[in-house]
Design a protein around this ligand. Structure first.
Ligand code: TXA
Ligand code: MG
Length: 349
């Protein structure tokens, strides 16, 4: 299949291009599009054959359910049932935006979308291109991140092109995704809401509007066959660059010293070393490829760059990557979660 690349202005999406892509969605095709978090690969959520194409293009396991994207909050009533008052408050506060809400599903949502679960994940994104595309298509749009399964989520159209060119009908190039990590997934079907995946809306923000929120304890735990995860996607090794990534955690100076020591040993063995530093620590290291992921004081900058930096290590062909641990505050919780999912080991110093 030949993929059409459509460049669209994210501030003022061109109507004719939106119409063209929306028509492809309506006819059961696949369209990769930007959202404020990461790029998504969309298809008509109510068309099973169309949704099958998403799983095939990504190589995604069938037991990992998809998020349904909408452009108008009233759509929720068609897709979900038993919607709690608390869920409504979340929609009012955080939509449009990077929050995905899990509710009991309505019968119209096909099993392939929810992987047979009786719940459905719904999100109303804030990106203009995403909103206009969904609205114009007239259908709810199922969309996972637009990467090959197991690779870091795409934050630039070029990432999507690298992974999915000639596997999908259209790739919209709408510039960089601003947030850089995926949406927060919150389960509203249990008595106390549970964060299944930390993301663009922080824990601190959530507790300002709902008193009680639990955090899924298995969030950062690696694959374990006896452990059935609440959020099926979290059981897969994720976001991984090709090289082994090792996180070094502890006091700041201890971290840099340890990474330098490890780098020195690895180089003696002829390994090519990459380091994920932060603003101000790049020059401390002496490795083959050192890159700053952002400013520790401004975790949003780290979120915005993380996946892109991880992909760059693949291009540089490094054998091993050392990453400084990131603080868990604010969006740091999501960053830490993604880094730990990508890592083979966490070293405490
Ligand atoms: O920011 C985002 O959420 C992006 C953009 C494109 O919207 N999408 C995204 O989708 O990250 P995906 O498929 O890569 O991740 C969705 C996560 C998976 O971990 C999946 O298991 C979980 O949401 N999920 C979906 N439906 C669920 C359900 N009914 N119950 C529990 N978890 C669910
Ligand atoms: Mg994904």
């Amino acid at each position: 299949m030949e993929t059409k690349i459509l460049k669209i202005n994210k501030h003022k999406p061109e109507k004719d291009k939106i119409k063209y892509a929306a028509n492809v969605l309506r006819q059961g095709g696949t369209v990769a599009f930007p959202t404020e978090t990461v790029y998504g690969l969309g298809a008509d959520a109510l068309n099973e054959k169309a949704v099958e194409k998403i799983f095939a293009a990504k190589g995604r396991p069938a037991d990992n359910p998809l998020i349904v994207h909408i452009s108008d909050v009233t759509e929720v009533d068609k897709l979900a049932k038993s919607i709690s008052d608390t869920a409504r408050i979340l929609m009012k506060t955080f939509w449009p935006g990077p929050l995905t809400i899990i509710m009991e599903k309505a019968p119209c949502v096909p099993d392939i979308v929810t992987a047979g679960l009786n719940t459905v994940a719904i999100r109303l994104p804030s990106n203009k291109i995403a909103l206009e595309l969904i609205k114009e298509s007239g259908v709810p749009v199922a969309a996972p991140s637009a990467n090959t399964s197991g690779k870091p989520s795409p934050t630039k159209a070029s990432h999507v092109i690298d992974d999915l060119k000639d596997r999908v009908d259209i790739i919209i190039d709408g510039g960089d995704a601003e947030v850089g990590v995926e949406s927060t997934v919150i389960d509203m079907t249990s008595e106390i809401p549970v964060i299944l995946r930390p993301g663009g809306v922080t824990y601190e923000e959530l507790v300002t509007v709902i008193e009680n929120v639990n955090i899924n304890k298995e969030l950062n735990i690696k694959d374990d066959e006896n452990n059935i995860p609440l959020c099926p996607g979290m059981k897969y090794r994720h976001y991984s660059p090709k090289a082994d990534l090792i996180i070094v955690e502890g006091h700041k100076e201890m971290i840099t010293d340890k990474i330098n020591e490890l780098t020195c040993n690895d180089k003696k063995e002829g390994l090519k070393v990459g380091i994920l530093a932060t603003k101000g620590t790049e020059h401390i290291y002496n490795a083959d490829y050192v890159v700053s992921v952002g400013d520790d004081e401004k975790p949003e900058t780290i979120a915005a760059n993380l996946f892109s930096r991880l992909r760059e290590f693949d291009d540089k062909g490094v054998d091993i990557i050392y990453a400084q641990a990131i603080s868990e505050k604010g969006i740091g919780m999501a960053i830490k979660n993604r880094l730990e999912k990508a890592a083979v080991k966490i070293l405490k110093v």
